[in-house]
Design a protein around this ligand. Structure first.
Ligand SMILES: NC(=O)c1ccc[n+]([C@@H]2O[C@H](COP(=O)([O-])OP(=O)(O)OC[C@H]3O[C@@H](n4cnc5c(N)ncnc54)[C@H](OP(=O)(O)O)[C@@H]3O)[C@@H](O)[C@H]2O)c1
Length: 304
């Protein structure tokens, strides 16, 4: 099968098409013919070597956490999927392997999707959506009526944090770019401010959910209540000096059952996930350049 791999850490140009043999499928596995691959900011960071000192990968390495596609083959013990079924999945975040024509993975990690869900949207969901809902449901755990500052609220993760906060009965203050303020209000924020360009002069935030990091976020976090939880998923740290409580970094974990519910919420129209661009698999380098540049207003999807 065709994959996109990199041989050494470095710039996007290091991503290249290659041929690999598909692993054998075990009794509890499914083989998925991939129709869409979500490109995550983390893919770019793995490729550039940001994690190489503490989480080195075997080289050559095939990136890609998030896939959607069709079940092509099922293991002898698999009874809950059938050939041809439409599915999505978050792959093992250390092994990855999504930039490929096929994936073999445990059936327990796979989630069925309905016929009316665009494969690109399904591939956009797993990592970002699970991260967003886990920030709210597992880490902030807010009470009804509380106010949560959400930074990067219109990003892939941020949208699901806003969604989770609203579902929990909370008010959202979205810290976004100046040009994104109106859209943030349309997407469920009660108030929006331009991160880095506007000061906050309202009441203290009960909690902070951050997807951006850096000194501008730290300035806003000074307005967090002493009892607040400041949860960040950003790889850029929030400077902690003078903050009422230290920021805590959290990592996403696989949760196929919660992903199945999220997929249903997307199908029901409870949350909208924009796809900015679909590119062929062999344009992975271009996809990485777009993600690095930012400002895409949606997810970049690779199509094998
Ligand atoms: N810890 C974890 O497990 C985990 C899991 C998933 C993601 N993440 C991390 O979370 C971050 C967000 O991921 P994502 O998938 O949501 O990315 P994304 O879709 O690109 O969203 C990022 C959002 O933040 C905005 N933004 C960035 N810098 C900003 C600034 N200085 N001021 C205002 N807005 C700013 C972006 O706007 P523009 O597009 O205009 O730049 C975009 O709307 C990434 O760093 C990613 O690696 C961590």
């Amino acid at each position: 099968m065709k994959v996109v791999e990199f041989l050494e850490y470095g710039p996007p140009e290091g991503l290249r098409l290659a041929e690999r043999t598909l692993p054998d499928i075990g009794p509890s596995d499914v083989k998925v013919r991939i129709a869409a691959i979500g490109v995550n900011p983390a893919d770019v960071k793995w490729r550039a070597g940001m994690f190489k000192d503490f989480m080195p990968v075997d080289l050559p390495h095939v990136l890609g956490y998030d896939i959607a596609g069709f079940v092509q083959e099922i293991g002898s013990e698999v009874s809950n999927f059938v050939r041809g079924q439409r599915v999505c999945a978050m792959l093992d975040t250390m092994k990855k392997g999504g930039y490929a024509e096929y994936a073999v993975l445990p059936s327990s990690q796979v989630v069925g999707i309905s016929d009316n869900l665009d494969m690109a949207v399904a591939a956009a969901l797993p990592t970002a959506a699970l991260t967003g809902v886990q920030v709210i449901e597992e880490h902030i755990k807010p009470s009804i009526g509380q106010t949560i500052l959400v930074t990067g609220a219109l990003g892939a993760v941020g949208r699901f944090i806003v969604h989770g906060a609203r579902r929990s009965g909370c008010q959202v203050v979205a810290a976004v770019r100046q040009s994104q303020k109106e859209e943030a209000l349309r997407c469920g924020a009660g108030l929006a401010i331009a991160l880095g360009d506007e000061e906050w002069d309202g009441a203290s935030f009960d909690h902070v959910a951050d997807t951006v990091g850096g000194p501008d976020v730290s300035s806003l976090c000074r307005h967090a209540a002493p009892s607040a939880r400041i949860i960040t998923v950003a790889t850029t740290p929030i400077p902690a000096e003078a903050l009422p409580t230290p920021p805590r970094f959290i990592g996403v974990h696989a949760d196929p059952e919660r992903l199945r519910q999220i997929v249903q919420e997307v199908v029901d129209g409870a949350i909208f996930v924009p796809v900015a661009k679909r590119l062929p698999l062999n344009s992975a380098a271009e996809a990485h350049r777009l993600v690095e540049a930012g400002g895409n207003k949606g997810k970049i999807i690779l199509v094998p």
